[in-house]
Design a protein around this ligand. Sequence first.
Ligand code: NI
Length: 446
Amino acid sequence: MASFTLFHLFIAIILHVFLAATPIFSVSEQLSSSTIPTRFLDFAKKPETFDWMVNIRRKIHEYPELLYEEFKTSELIRIELDKLGISYKHPVAGTGVIGYIGTRKPPFVALRADMDALPMQEMVEWEHKSKVPGKMHACGHDAHVTMVLGAANILKQHEKEIQGTVVLVFQPAEEGGAGAKKVIEAGALKDVGAIFGLHVAPNIRVGEVGSRSGTLMAASGFFEATINGKGGHAAIPQHSIDPILAASNVIVSLQHLVSRESDPLDSQVVTVAKFQGGDAFNVIPDSVTIGGTFRAFSKESFLQLRHRIEQVIVAQAAVQRCNATVNFLEGEKPFYPATINDGKLHKHFQTVAGTLLGASKVIEVPPMMGAEDYSFYQEVIPGYFFWLGMQNASNERLHSLHSPFFTVNEDALPYGAALHASLAATYLLKHQNVVPFVEAMYNDEL
Ligand code: NI
């Protein structure tokens, strides 16, 4: 009995050490995992898949919709999901759609697309130009929706290989409306272990991607201030309190916050982008309105900027006998946190994107002061966001995001769709939970 127990214990220890040293997915899963990216890219590049994606993207492009009004876009997404036989929830956060592919059991991984356009007139003359005056998909969200639908198509065709559930997140209102926050509040990401997202990039070559571990984009806030004086005749200034002069000094003082008060190695921005006051040559106005944005990478720096912006506006206006009120517009333009990529997901991304595109095509990019509401997801679950290249090999410069001349290079669509699908499918394979199985065997043996 004693010798049997010792032998038994020995076997159990060997088994335990062996299992601990073995990757948590089996040989067939490993094989499948390593071939997924290229197989998925082949599928995405098939003429019928490519043409289908181009057609969807152009349809969305022709009818751009602003934040929380993405009704047609949302309907188009649901029609395509119905055709693919993918179940979904709607409405979520207004116009949002949440789709599900796979076993409907854990693990869960999410892919995100933003649906909204911008209030600007398209200046590109082409067959599928925006048909809605004053609205345009100038940030490529039409392509983002298309690529998550493309990923849905790929994943549905390979559903037997999906060892868990892929959650498709089509969210409203990325452009200032914090749609991501509402999607989270609606409980759409419950049980989701990780989320992936991308943005088209006009300055990275097609077939390449850019990203980094840690901070990718800044936290962002807006402010608006009204500086009240006393209007009067411009030739008799002693009878007025001039808000134009006060606002000018406020703006100069605001520029000292970053240059004189912040650590030069901790990047921050304060920009006054709006100055409205007066409409006659000979009248001092009653008031002036100024407004702008502020950015920082850390929460501490961001909150310090917020605090000082208010203090400087009020105090500096008072120097010139004006009263100022400051509004941070948090109701309509909520603060966006910094976009911070999870370190483990960065490794996963490098492996998958490296297999799909070639390791030299996966570029480490510096952080930038732009902001993304994707950061709200990353506050609650590990998330990863990357730039998808669109620049042609000819090196022809594309217009920047939010330009009225912005164009999407549709050749990037298969890469985005295949990357989305591969990141999700291989994540699920990696996160099969075999621990309870090992423990059960161990306990039975002893
Ligand atoms: Ni965008």
